[in-house]
Design a protein around this ligand. Structure first.
Ligand code: NAD
Ligand code: GDD
Length: 364
């Protein structure tokens, strides 16, 4: 069953909050902030599989599936008092809430993103300290790495120590870096048992695939699906398509988060794949999976860094593990889900068709 997004919190929506349900085998009470979002939703599901009692917190319910959380609180974490309510009585906390998106979103909203995400993280960590949380995991980003190390497509993979001297990407990256420091200061000054993970472009089913926040794997799956289902074989790609990235499947992301939380490792750690590919190659892979031939049209758009890859040496050494799912397998799952969503949209009312038509020009 789908839920509608709930942008603002009202008394009425709070009454929808779910009641605890049976099925927890652990006495550990876990809070996941951002549980209405892509990674948070999958993380809640996996924590439930592992027997934890889980509280999800977000300003909205998950968009595509009901949550598996025992309890789901609609709270705005920019507010200190709502953060305290969110963290109250918890033992472990995963801090995922953020105003976030792909390049089409973060490249043009520096002030709002830095302001809102700083408030979320300042309030969440302080509420965790006051609530006596025993383990805390903060979700940072590859965007904290200096832009001058990411100017070529055949980029050297980024090691954790490359973060300094600092020159992060956009207001989004600056906030992530300062919130990493915040975690480290809370650890040294207050003894908070904190972990910090730096994600590299995570993708998979149940992630945003339209509307402006989508990252390139979902955007290209949507464009290829539209090409297949409408017969218009041209898809638009921002830039010349020779910019490079690595992409990590959601199941590996969740596994990595849980392994890091269980480990004793406290310094920032990359979590991503280390297979570098161009955006043009990514489009070709998705086209192969879909079974449709596409024509690429390169248009101006926000490109971000020229190349970015994850160096996983420390990940392998510290967690004795690295992401396992191949890009082909992950994309096949993701494409299948997005094609279904696009199909549903195309079968929907006229307004949806108008949205679909607008996707033929996606430069922001
Ligand atoms: P997402 O946008 O799907 O989820 C973030 C959630 O935070 C959303 O559901 C949103 O409603 C919620 N949120 C925003 N403002 C809030 C507020 N004021 N109070 C409560 N909730 C609020 O993003 P995601 O992909 O699931 O990312 C999860 C975390 O991982 C974020 O911190 C993000 O910055 C980080 N990250 C993700 C990626 C990636 O590739 N997905 C890469 C690097 C870092
Ligand atoms: N989103 C998107 N949509 N990107 C496109 C498109 C499109 O239709 N066409 C080409 N691209 C290109 C972008 O121009 C960029 O060069 C590249 O694909 C990757 O774009 P994104 O997936 O949007 O973002 P990113 O990899 O630069 O950064 C993302 O990952 C970071 C972590 O690795 C963002 O989500 C960041 O917020 C995140 O922290």
């Amino acid at each position: 069953m789908r839920r509608e997004n709930i942008g603002d919190i009202s008394t009425a929506t709070r009454e929808l909050e779910q009641q605890p349900r049976a099925g927890s085998t652990s006495n550990t009470r876990v809070v996941v902030t951002g549980a209405g979002g892509f990674i948070g939703h999958h993380l809640v599901t996996e924590l439930k599989h592992r027997g934890f009692w889980v509280r999800g917190v977000d300003v909205k319910y998950p968009e595509f599936r009901d949550t598996d959380a025992d309890e789901f609180l609609l709270r705005d974490l920019r507010s200190p008092s709502e953060c305290l309510e969110a963290l109250e009585g918890s033992h472990e906390a995963y801090a995922l809430a953020a105003d976030m998106g792909g390049m089409g979103y973060i490249a043009s909203r520096d002030a709002k993103i830095l302001h809102d995400n700083a408030l979320i993280n300042l309030n969440t960590i302080e509420a965790a300290r006051l609530s006596g949380v025993t383990r805390y995991l903060y979700t940072s980003s590859a965007c904290i790495y200096p832009e001058h190390l990411q100017t070529r497509e055949d980029v050297r993979a980024l090691k954790e120590e490359d973060a300094y001297p600092a020159c992060p990407q956009d207001g989004y990256g600056w906030e992530k870096l300062i919130s990493e420091r915040l975690c480290q200061y809370y650890a040294s000054d207050y003894g908070l048992n904190a972990r910090i993970v730096r994600f590299h472009n995570i993708f998979g089913p149940l992630g945003t695939w339209q509307g402006g926040r989508e990252k390139v794997p979902a955007a290209l799956c949507r464009k290829v699906a539209l090409a297949k289902l409408t017969g218009n074989d041209e898809i638009e790609i921002w830039g010349d398509g020779e910019q490079t990235r690595s992409f990590c499947y959601i199941a590996d992301c969740v596994e990595g988060i849980l392994r890091l939380m269980q480990s004793d490792y406290r310094a920032p750690l990359n979590l991503g794949q280390d297979r570098l590919i161009t955006i043009n190659q990514l489009a070709d892979l998705i086209s192969e999976i879909s079974g449709v031939t596409i024509r690429k049209s390169h248009i101006p758009g926000p490109e971000g860094v020229r190349g970015r890859n994850s160096d996983n040496s420390r990940l392998r050494a510290e967690l004795r593990w690295e992401p396992q799912v191949s890009l082909e397998d992950g994309l096949a799952e993701t494409y299948r889900w997005i094609e279904g969503e696009v199909q549903e949209m195309l079968a929907g009312p006229e307004t949806d068709l108008q949205i679909a038509a607008s996707f033929t020009s996606t430069s922001p």
